[in-house]
Design a protein around this ligand. Sequence first.
Ligand SMILES: Nc1ncnc2c1ncn2[C@@H]1O[C@H](COP(=O)(O)OP(=O)(O)OP(=O)(O)O)[C@@H](O)[C@H]1O
Ligand SMILES: [Mg+2]
Length: 581
Amino acid sequence: MKKVLKYLKPYTWMIIICVIFTFGQAMLDMYLPDLMSDIVNNGIVGQSLDEVYRYGRYMLYATVGFMVCAICATFLASKVATGFARKLRDAIYSKVNKFSLTEFNKLSTSSLITRTTNDVVQVQQLTFMSMRMMLMAPLMCIGGIIMAFSKAKELSWLFVVVIPLLLVAIILLARKIIPLFTKLQECLDKINQVVREKLSGVRVIRAFATQKHEAKRYDDANKNIYDVSLKAAYRMAILMPIVMFIINFSTVVILWSGSHLIDAGTMQIGDMMAFMEYAIQVLFSILGVTMIFIMIPRAMVSVRRINEVLETESTIVDNGKEVGIPNPGEIEFKNATFQYVDGDLPVLSNMNFKIHKGETVAILGPTGCGKTTLLNLMMRFFDITEGEVKVGGVNVKDMSLEQLRSMIGYVPQKAVLFSGTIESNIKYGKQDATEEEVIEAAKISQSYDFIDSLDEKFNAPVAQGGTNFSGGQKQRLSIARAIVKKPQIYMFDDSFSALDYETDKRLREALDLNMKEATVVIVAQRVSTVLNADKILFIDNGEIIAQGTHQELYESCPEYRDVVLSQITEEEAISNGKKRD
Ligand SMILES: Nc1ncnc2c1ncn2[C@@H]1O[C@H](COP(=O)(O)OP(=O)(O)OP(=O)(O)O)[C@@H](O)[C@H]1O
Ligand SMILES: [Mg+2]
């Protein structure tokens, strides 16, 4: 709660001014029935037109004042509520930006989105309502009772009967409504999750013809929302008529007993009318307070969810320090062991290897053996559990994340493109890249030809997630994005898998030609991709089984030889090894 309220602090002054205007509004609102009673008593009953004009004028001033106060207070409340919401969204966003992948896994992307949008809106609405009603309603309630008492204390017994009656009715109903609102928020979360999954997995759903199953999941979630909202709406629907009944009933009682008192000459007609207005104000303000109390639990669920994000500390601590890099382009793992937070066993254990500047190193191993994890550790997406990872000769924990990642050009296993154009996607690697640099990157990554065949060339639009490009085109564009950055270290995570052999070969030749200085780490499944590497790290079950050149491993490591021979012939394997020398 504290974490969330912190973002309201900059608005303290606005809140104070809003309170002053609200106070003015409440006072003037309560002054109006008083003036009306004077107009009736002195002007109409007393038959004095001057008095009618005089009090009429006062009423006009009071109404204008009331209007100004109400507008200013509402304006300020809106400004505070929307500003607060904006600051909260900023805070969540910048917090999420610092999250390591561990936190993303823990809180889940879809929930983080709901928290940034829907939950913030709930808090915004509560802030606005609270600022308008939290002070106004009690003021109107207490002030109204005092004023009513001063006008016609003979009738004030009515409050003793009606207020408890109203409170009992409201509390009974609120107790039934509040849990429903909490449940509604959970239902919203559920439907959000189903819709997100359904939309992002639409191709798989269609391919497996599971639309019916998915439609049922959606229907269930939708029906839940329907049931809960309807129940809440029914109960809210009962609330209003009950309150209106009590208010109207009170009016009748006031008129009935008031007329007796007027008849007996103990009360003036204007006072009775004023009393009636005050009574209505008091009863409505009680309803207003109740509304806030109904909203609070709903918004509290949201506050708790936002708080959870703000309180989550990233497991990766960025020290933000720029340090000198003694050995640019070098990567070293020393006795490094890594285990996922929710994993039972280490994914990688006791890794020891060194990659020198300018070397091309291939990481080869069966699926699930920890290759992507190894790259993630080099980029410090996760921190290792034991041992040390050094990049450029510096422990990755001793430099800022920005400095570390600025040295690396990373091509993920699953190509990710952003909505925009081809150019904007390539320039993602280097915002200020020149046209020549973009074209060069496209040529090296073998994307130039297909880009050139498009009508709009480099300005061709890229849909969200790059869905308007083929898998191989997406891979090549994400390679271009890394190339344009001209980093010291390239990391290709199985980035050539969607390319045909010919393109794969051409691409690697172009890379060899243009990256003589850079260190290149290639994760690969295809043996042909790794044959010419300076070093191959052969991994299985999270351990390095062997490391060396193709020829060394081919001769000394039977497991490696088995993998090689399962993909290429013995002659190819031997001749390729020789070609290197
Ligand atoms: N976020 C995670 N949380 C827990 N376990 C994970 C996580 N990511 C990966 N793993 C586990 O770690 C192991 C290694 O995964 P990794 O993605 O590094 O494999 P890989 O060698 O890249 O496989 P592939 O060749 O299929 O890409 C797998 O057993 C996987 O189940
Ligand atoms: Mg992988």
